[in-house]
Design a protein around this ligand. Structure first.
Ligand code: ATP
Ligand code: MG
Length: 414
């Protein structure tokens, strides 16, 4: 029988990788708590409609990337490709609108049928924050600030740039959409097929097309900032002013768009050149129309999602596990005593590695391989005296310690 293979685009988080992932989640969670975001978890799959309606039929995600299937009961369900739709669905179905504003932190696996490559997987992981029920720019400033803090907290801040844009309000978008469609229609013959499809349904997305031909046409397109109304301009200025006051640097990128109607005002990405082609580590924006579109009460919303794999790849080294204490029993009686001793030490909060078998040399080798901080050696002689030899594995220094004092005396190795 051929060896079993993992599904293309999925990966195992072996302990080293998993430690990197955990570091990302822990730093994010730490800042989320300081900023008052509460952690929540929604199901990994939802009715397909939850995503189709919210993300939009014309998006890449819904048109070609979703893992959708019929379950045994004939329901059409989809493995979630992103977090916001599930959070908004939960907000609506739990009737949480009495408690606004709400702030959520989220992390977990997402699924998209994409062409796997470095930084692009079919099962990947995201961290995510959302603020529901705040229409003013304070929320925009806050979600960007926490994004910056998390990235700086991971020690990768110097390699990551914030790009910022505004999509204005719906009046501004209507005004711009008209001139944009007029302009693009004059170049119909040169647009890519994807962009032609989007010309009527979702023309703003063409601005961020990766097709070279499209890019040449877009380069001369009317600029959206010329079509923003006063309210939209003021909103954007307030966001920029807040970021300036916080000392958060950004570059304005007028090509940064999220093309769906319910996106408005602020949109942003944190990008890097350190990862090759997959340079966006975090993306987000304001989605004031989304909750109503999904059948809930009209509620403002803003949030972002960041790819854990991409952030984890940028960490300079894998965080180390806590260094263990190695138990090294010598002889049968000591082997038996080691079982209860390990338990006592673990109860007291130590990470304890039990050698399981082999002679002293073998066990010491294993202790070194595990990067143990100290070894506790117990042989017949020590057992007789109810004592152990504690060896500091960094200095080689040895001390004789009564077993009754062991928990306290090991404290300096924690
Ligand atoms: P891209 O342009 O790279 O496809 P996107 O616009 O589809 O990104 P979002 O939906 O905004 O990405 O997701 C937020 C973040 O999640 C991305 O910035 C990226 O870090 C991460 N991400 C998205 N898709 C994948 C994937 N297939 N594999 C790994 N990470 C991903
Ligand atoms: Mg994508």
């Amino acid at each position: 029988m051929p060896a079993l293979q993992p599904v293309r685009g999925t990966h195992d988080l072996l302990p080293d990788d998993n430690r990197r992932h955990r570091r990302v989640v822990e730093i994010a969670r730490d800042f989320a708590e300081r900023y008052g975001f509460e952690e929540m978890v929604t199901p990994i799959f939802e009715f397909t409609e939850v995503f189709a309606r919210s993300i939009g039929e014309t998006s890449d995600i819904v048109s070609k990337e979703m893992y959708t299937f019929e379950d045994r009961g004939g329901e059409r369900v989809t493995l979630r490709p992103e977090a916001t739709a599930g959070i908004v669905r939960a907000f609506i179905s739990n009737g949480l609108h009495q408690n606004l504003p709400l702030k959520y932190f989220y992390h977990g696996p997402m699924f998209r049928y994409e062409r796997p490559q470095k930084g692009r997987l079919r099962q990947f992981h995201q961290i995510d924050v959302e603020i529901l029920g705040v229409a003013g720019p304070q929320a925009d400033i806050e979600v960007i600030a926490i994004g910056r803090d998390i990235i700086d907290g991971l020690g990768i801040g110097a390699d990551v740039t914030l790009e910022l844009n505004t999509l204005g309000d719906s009046e501004s978008r209507r005004a711009y959409r008209g001139v944009l469609v007029d302009y693009l229609s004059q170049h119909k013959d040169k647009l890519s097929k994807d962009s032609l499809d989007r010309l009527e349904r979702n023309p703003m997305r063409i601005l961020d097309s990766k097709d070279e031909g499209d890019r040449r046409i877009v380069a001369n397109a009317p600029v959206y900032s010329d079509y923003l109304n006063d309210a939209s301009r003021r909103f954007f200025l307030a966001v920029r002013d807040g970021l300036d006051r916080l000392g958060i640097k950004y570059t304005i990128n007028p090509r940064l768009v999220r093309g769906l109607d319910y996106y408005c005002h602020t949109c942003f990405e944190f990008t890097t050149t350190a990862l090759g082609a997959q340079g966006t580590v975090l993306g987000g924006g304001r989605y004031d129309g989304l909750i109503k579109l999904m059948g809930g009460p009209e509620t403002a919303g803003i949030g972002w999602a960041a790819g854990i794999e991409r952030l984890a790849m940028m960490l300079s080294e894998a965080p180390r596990a806590m260094r263990p204490i190695a138990l090294v029993p010598i002889g049968e009686a000591a082997d038996v005593r080691a079982i209860t001793l390990a338990h006592e030490l673990r109860q007291a909060g130590y990470r304890v590695e039990h050698g399981y078998g082999g002679n002293t040399g073998k066990r010491m080798k294993r202790a070194n391989k595990l990067n143990a901080r100290a070894a506790v050696l117990i042989g017949d002689d020590e057992l007789q005296r109810n004592a152990a030899t504690v060896r500091d594995l960094d200095t080689g220094e040895q001390t004789d310690v009564p077993l009754s004092e062991l928990t306290g005396r090991l404290a300096r190795f924690k």
